[in-house]
Write a protein that binds this ligand. Structure first.
Ligand code: 1GP
Length: 240
């Protein structure tokens, strides 16, 4: 199984992919089995695991407990090298290409190599682009980097394309967890015009309508965390 190849073939068939993001730091592991049942019965296609500030070993415990409970691919979306867990299927190997902080452009990636060597994780090179959303999010604070203002469509599209030309296999447009405003639809459309690799969009999506809008604008895979965390009925809403 290749998580990336499956994303590529879904993109080719215009199938809509949806990842639920579980932040190990906010998640009560006692609820895992009940919560995973809901995931398994929903339209969700991927489980992403990661957060901006997660204590040591918490991710590993969560992924190990999650793995036997679902057949869906578990993809690490790590805020730090301490969140690499060998029990997951793949890792988004993120480079924060909207920022200019060397730590998140290359230094953390170097640090990750010796840890990855001891795992069989499928590594997916990912260009990660932060978009302004109306408030400062955790990822901005942690990475000490500024998001790209929503007015600068060309800068976002050129950053995404530069990522593709540098060999990234996926671009992730991120408004940030709990964003006030998701990535603008016009921006998604603009970025898609020139991009040939899959596009992930996440941050601040809280309704079925916003989800459908993101797909219509061109998102190949949408990531939702907060809406599931705060409202377990969101699973039901998605069925409608
Ligand atoms: C954050 O894109 C994800 O990294 C999901 O954001 O929690 O706002 O859904 P939300």
């Amino acid at each position: 199984m290749s998580v990336y190849n499956d994303i590529l073939s879904a993109k080719a068939k215009q199938e809509q992919l949806l990842a639920i993001l579980i932040d190990p730091d906010k998640f009560d592991i006692k609820l895992l089995s009940q919560f995973t049942n809901k995931i398994n019965q929903s339209v969700i296609t991927h489980v992403f695991v990661g957060g901006s500030t997660v204590e040591l070993e918490v991710t590993q415990k969560l992924v190990a407990a999650l793995k036997p409970l679902t057949k869906l691919p578990i993809v690490l979306f790590p805020g730090d090298v301490t969140q690499i867990s060998k029990d997951a299927d793949a890792i988004l190997f993120l480079s924060l290409i909207s920022g200019r902080n060397p730590k998140y452009l290359i230094e953390k990636q170097i640090e990750a190599v010796s840890i990855l060597k001891n795992t069989d994780l499928e590594v997916i090179p990912t260009g990660y682009i932060l978009i302004e959303n109306g408030k400062e999010t955790a990822v901005q604070k942690v990475t000490k980097s500024k998001p790209i203002p929503t007015a600068l469509h060309t800068l976002v599209a050129d950053t995404a394309k530069a990522g593709e030309l540098m060999g990234k296999k996926i671009i992730y447009l991120e408004a940030g967890s709990g964003a006030l405003h998701p990535v603008p639809l016009q921006m998604i459309k603009f970025v898609k015009q020139d991009l040939t690799i899959p596009l992930i969009v996440g941050g601040g999506i809280r309704s079925k309508q916003q989800l459908d809008n993101a797909y219509s604008a061109g998102a190949d895979l949408v990531v939702i965390g907060t809406a599931f965390e705060e409202n377990h009925d969101f699973f039901e809403e998605l069925k409608l």
